[in-house]
Design a protein around this ligand. Sequence first.
Ligand code: ADP
Ligand code: MG
Length: 240
Amino acid sequence: TRKSDHTISRLASIGQISAGIAHEVRNPLTAVKGFIQLLQPENPHPYLDVASSELDRAISTLQNLLQVSKPDLDDEPYIPIHLCSEFEALLYLFQDKVYRVQIVRNFRDADQIIYGKRNQIKKAFFNLLKNAFEAIPHTGEVRIEHRRTEDQIHVTIQDTGTGIPEEKLELLGTPFFTTKDEGTGMGLAQVYSALYQHGATIEVWSRVGEGTTFLIKFSLESMKEIKLADLELQDAEGFS
Ligand code: ADP
Ligand code: MG
């Protein structure tokens, strides 16, 4: 079962719409929060505490949404990112899982780099790894690969976890889509939005009970263009 990447541009426009809504709703909520804070010292009341912390929750949800749907807001520069060391650093965060999940690395070229916004890319790889580990209830395998083809760099993150039912595949990357009790449904939204911004495509294969594979294809050509555009932008702004 496969999710094609034409849905990515649809997700990007969902992102634009959500960003607009998030922005419009966050401002009045922040104002209400301010008024409650003004009331509280004079009129302490447990209801005000509840109202205040519920507002915090809503505002932070909107903040998350704004971050994934408008990653351009934090205008990071494009820099070389060393894939092997980035993955090693990320895998270190999942150390507590290694007694039950085997990690297999297949890194064709130890020096492989991509150009990108490092925080966005790190977050995206982290979110994919986190989902892979979370999909494995007991024991299993997480496999990470990267290799260069003639004009692309392929990064694969594969797990032997629960898999994703066919009818859910189309929903991947939609903000708030989650099947987890404690899930936020923001992980893949960040992944799709960040990778789309890098001109990458994402393909997903999954089979229930067998596992899931995410294949990310970075185009060398579009990476070059993005990098050049970024440099021009910096020049225009007076950076060197
Ligand atoms: P969250 O992890 O908070 O639920 P995500 O956006 O990261 O949100 O993922 C959305 C949903 O996609 C998950 O709840 C899960 O149902 C499904 N999913 C994502 N990655 C995998 C995976 N590797 N294996 C199985 N299901 C997955
Ligand atoms: Mg997740």
